[in-house]
Design a protein. Sequence first.
Lengths: 566, 325, 275
Amino acid sequence: MLEVKNLSIGFRTHAGLKSAVRNIDFTVRPGEIVGLVGESGSGKTITSLGVMGLLPPNAVVTGGEVLVDGVDILKLSAAELRKLRGRHVAMVFQDPMASLDPIFTCGDQIVEAILLHEPIGRANACKKARELLEKVRIPDPDRAMRSYPHELSGGQCQRIMIAMAVACKPRIIIADEPTTALDVTVQKQVLELLRALNKEVGAAVLLITHDLGVIYEVADRVVVMYAGNKMEEATTADLFAAPQNDYSRALIDSMPSPGKYEDRLPVIERDADGNIRSVRPEPKVKASPVPVAIKDETPILELRDLCKSYWVKPSPLSTPVEMRAVDQVSLTIAPRTTLGLVGESGCGKSTLSRVVMRLLEPSAGQILFKGKDIAKLPESQMRPFRRELAMVFQNPYGSLNPRHSVADLVEAPMAIFSDGDSASRQERVRTLIEAVGLPTTAAQKYPHEFSGGQRQRIAIARALALKPSLVICDEAVSALDVSVQAQVLNLLKDLQAEFDLTYLFISHDLSVVEHVSDTVAVMQKGKVVECGTASAIFSNPQEPYTRMLLEAVPTIGTPRCEKEGA
Amino acid sequence: MSASIAGALLLICRKLLTALIQLWVVATLIFSVMYIMPGDPVLLLLGADSNPSPEAIASMRAQLGLDQPAVSQYFVWLWNALHLDFGKSLTNGYPVSNYVMQNLPRTLELAFVAIIIAALVGVPLGVAAALKRGSTRDTVLTSIATLGISVPVYIVGTLLVLVFSLKLGWLPASGYTDIARNVVEHFRKLALPAIALGLGLAASIARMTRSSVLEILGRDFVRALRAKGMSERRIIWQHVLRNAAIPIVTIIGLQLGNLMGGTVLVEAMFNWPGLSTLLVGAVSARNYPLVQGSMLAIAAAFILINLLVELLYSLLDPRIRRKRS
Amino acid sequence: MILAAIRSQPAFLAGIIFIGLVIFIGIFGSWLAPQDPFLLHPDKVNQAGSAAHWLGTDEFGRDLLSRLLIGVQPTLMVAIGATAIAGFFGTFVGIAGAYGRPLASFLIMRGIDVMLSFPPILLALLAVGFWESGVLSLAVVIGVLYIPHFARVAHAATLQVTRMEFMEAERAMGASTWRVVFTAILPNILSPLVVQATLTVAAAILLESGLSFLGLGIVPPEPSWGQMIGTARGYLGQNPMYVIWPSLLLALTVLAINVVGDRLRDILDPRLREE
């Protein structure tokens, strides 16, 4: 049993001790899965590291106890703590590939983990390791034993990590974002595995995640954290049915969930007294609303049999074979609508967006932009189309040149096309900064002074600078916290109404895609397997792959996998 | 498995091919440099002051093959170089390859001994500093290492001579004795140049070792190993050092390659008759064939050592040894 | 940021002060020299320090302190000139190698590999062996020899920058190559280049003094530290301080530059700055 009592942790900084976690209390009983949920900066990871005694050197426990079966591990010596770790308390990390030593085979590493705490001899340990790999349902366990981490996929590496974690039948397992780096179908398998193993081993599991869907799927009880404080502790059913705390309620509200259409998502706001509440903003309406009728207009973008191939060698000696990252994709997007393009990592959706932007050369097929084929245009003739096409990238930390001020960044497209004089450009920059909801003082600041959500607003302002007609959003909200994601999604919808924008919205997150899209295309291995209106795809999927994706999404309000008797 | 062996063979072949091409480009450059350089070797050879007769010049030119067109000279030279024939010394007519073969082992010996000293001193110090990052020990060791890379080798050498041969009289200040003639004397004369060379290298190896070990210590898997309950000592010996060994071995190998010509100052100040001594002498005497021969030998040794280092590197690192197909 | 580092790290501050001092001497050395550095005193050869000659005299009885002071200038000029040449050409060669067309970048990087198969000192020896030696030719030769080193750093940094999403964003906006190089790449690879520049200054000083030590660099009677060390080696028995003084100054100068370079690397390293 794991009991955390009044735990407080701070960071040593130049300006003294900065508190990161304050008076956290919770208990995890054997056989139970407790979810620790919170957004970035909530202190959930620091809490978990504190529980393992693995805090970084500049962090200190300032108070409280961490009791593992009644023993306060914060008072243990390093040697005693070490004996506890692995045997008694095991941990599963976020990035499975990086958490394995790259120069040892996976088999060696599991064997090593077993022998650390159970001196049963190498041969026996090998046998046990193989059994464990079977237990975590890894395909071809013998091969996995011989493989180096880089030869396995992320999901397989996470299975190895889990096998290692349960090797010594620990009493407590701490899983820190164990599925965040994985695809949704793999996430489902790993979560099911975690749950099934826990039934067998009977450990107390502390599951740390930012994803409420994951919590809903597997956790028995939930602890909600915000800015270093515990907000609420409740059983999973109670929390989702009737959240007691304002923050928990706001957090649950701001998640787009399938099957529940909303025009705008509620966002979390703090009022003057610092109280948190959930606000549902009204959609911005244009003075002269444009009819949304889309029937007779020519599509903004039409792709016909678009292909992008790479030539790869399956083994060093064989002749290269064609690998189609994008395989005969045909799509149309009507003006002022949003096409959601959804698929798992490696399905070719990002490649597709780069081909449409002509950042990559298409191998075959046509890209009709407002009826004109731009697939083979040389860069000089492509230029006028670059005004009309804009892109918002995934990583708000990487897509803004860190050496430019916000004003420079937003002005860049206008500067490239020598649009207007300096004064009119400055005026436009100011309008855009306001339009994306940033204070006008932001113009002179640099990207690193902003949070992720604010940076994404800057990127959106830049994309709109030349009044484009098509904006490609490549995983534009994937790196953001749920509540920030809700704000940015609302902003995108407002801007669409205000500037008559058309979006190609690429995401791996089905709930988000359902929320923003008019039409949806599902991609798998370079092909579009299904395409239709959002409501049709989500309520009545035709293709088995689409159904599998939809079933894998951990969603609130649908029966949990174990209750289905899966 | 057979695919991975074939892959390894292919890797070796490709690296071998790159090395050969590099060697060929270098050889071509060395040949052409001799044409760019000012001064007519024939005049130099005959002595420009003595006003040699045109006949003498012409006959000397023919003797050196310089009356042929440049392209044919190039191919003849390249063909001969392939057979390790670099022509004859202009001063006394001995084959250049004899000189090279005589001096190459001496440079190799000096370089190997220096690099062994450097590795034996540098690696442990670098590891010791990294494991106690930020401590007094770390500060002292890093400061010494920074000092070590800042003091030029000839100052170290001069100070060593001042202390060990002039004040204490333990070791000879310079010179070379053939190992066949007197083993003890050979190594007594090797000691000071090797130490002078090794100390500076030790400092740079210590710095690189420290940063490699620190880089590995910051990786996620080290935290995962701690979470498994592995002792700190075992984490370091079994995992951190083995991972860090890959870049460290590479760095040491590359340093060794650099020593092929990098011994020049030490060879000069200790009168160690190695390859670069040969080259310096040849340059000042405008002895073109000897310059070409010794430069080619230095470059070939460098490229060969680098090739071996790269192969060793891919052997050590499974991520390169077994590329995911 | 740099100011904060100066305040918190005495070694960094000391390094900067020492470099400043060396540059000052480099500029005003001939005014500072207490005696004529070229005046021969055949009667006072190889003397130890005295009231007349604080640091003693050299093998021709010239005042050692004065020669040390004016010996800074040629070394500094060679080092700074060489770094400017290497920095300017190396940066653009490196960017071209990383951002240019595939064939061009292949040829550039292979060319750099070839140049790196010879230690710089060897090529420098070759060059000064055939050409006349002087401040200008030394600066050019050393500068050219360090182009590949600089290019490698610029190449690696550019590769890192080109993988960032904002490079894609620039291209998506239709930015010209010119704009990408000057607004997106250059400002973002400046930090490693600054560090490389300090290291190149140190390396160039070592290289120049090494050549002068061998008698192939700065031509006597004009003094330079390396040359003085080389000469003094012949008089180790008579006047050991003759070799110690220039050695000490040379080592301290290079040490100061290296310390400052190391600190700059730590300060400018984005991985350390994120925290």
